[in-house]
Design a binder for this molecule. Structure first.
Ligand code: GRF
Length: 223
């Protein structure tokens, strides 16, 4: 078996996406190993999830650094110390500056709970509801210096129902997040992601499914 992709997962909160990545690894669907989970919030439940699975954790609180540059350097140094190939932001509530992005070019992914470029920033689900969008979803993208603006790897679509609350829509989107994030990471692990300008190409992707709600179509059976 080829070498496993070494992951660093950046979290701030509940860590359900982290859990999905752990579960896909443990079920041999994702050829990766989590080298470290880094949280800027010492109380994040994601840390408990990591500890339950004996994954090393690091808490790097932004308040203890005098500048964004130093905070970002501490994160980048930790990723390097654990020999991380790919960093994945999973509910990480800080914006990364060019200091870290330049050290990890196209080696940092994020997941956003809306169909970018619509509804970037905080509360993507609430923005979609308030706007009256009929569909929303989630997006995995490479991180660049903007807010949720990097090259898009995969998106999944869900309907927005007239009866939805922010909670019910968030739950529907989260179910898809838990499928597309492991998939994007697995494509990365397989070396199948190519980026030209903003366009991402998945080499030897799935059979195009023009009625499907994942694009590109999933090539992994998710949990
Ligand atoms: C997810 O909705 C993700 O898209 C957003 O923050 C939330 C994190 O959830 N960036 P969790 O911590 O993975 O449960």
């Amino acid at each position: 078996m080829e070498k496993k992709l070494s992951l660093g997962v950046l979290v701030s909160g509940s860590g359900s996406n982290l859990q999905s990545i752990i579960d896909h690894i443990e079920q041999d669907r994702l050829n990766a190993a989590i080298a470290v989970v880094i949280s800027n919030n010492p109380h994040a439940y994601a840390l408990t999830r990591a500890e339950k699975h004996h994954i090393p954790t690091a808490v790097i609180t932004h308040e203890t650094f005098s500048s964004r540059e130093e905070f970002d350097r501490a994160i980048a140094d930790t990723l390097d110390a654990y020999a991380v190939d790919l960093a994945v932001m999973a509910g990480f509530m800080r914006i990364l500056s060019p200091h870290i992005l330049n050290r990890f070019p196209q080696r940092i992914m994020n997941i956003h709970p809306a169909l970018l470029p619509s509804f970037p920033g905080l509360h993507g689900q609430r923005q979609a509801l308030e706007y009256g969008a009929r569909f929303s979803g989630c997006t995995v993208h490479f991180v660049d210096a903007g807010i949720d603006s990097g090259p898009i790897i995969i998106q999944a679509v869900v309907p927005v129902l007239e009866t939805d609350t922010e909670d019910t829509l968030s739950a529907r989107i989260l179910r898809e997040e838990h499928r597309i994030y492991p998939q994007a990471i697995q494509w990365y692990a397989e070396g199948r992601i190519q980026v030209h300008n903003r366009q991402v190409k998945i080499i030897a992707g799935g059979i195009p499914d023009t009625d499907g709600h994942h694009n590109p179509p999933l090539t992994m059976t998710s949990l």
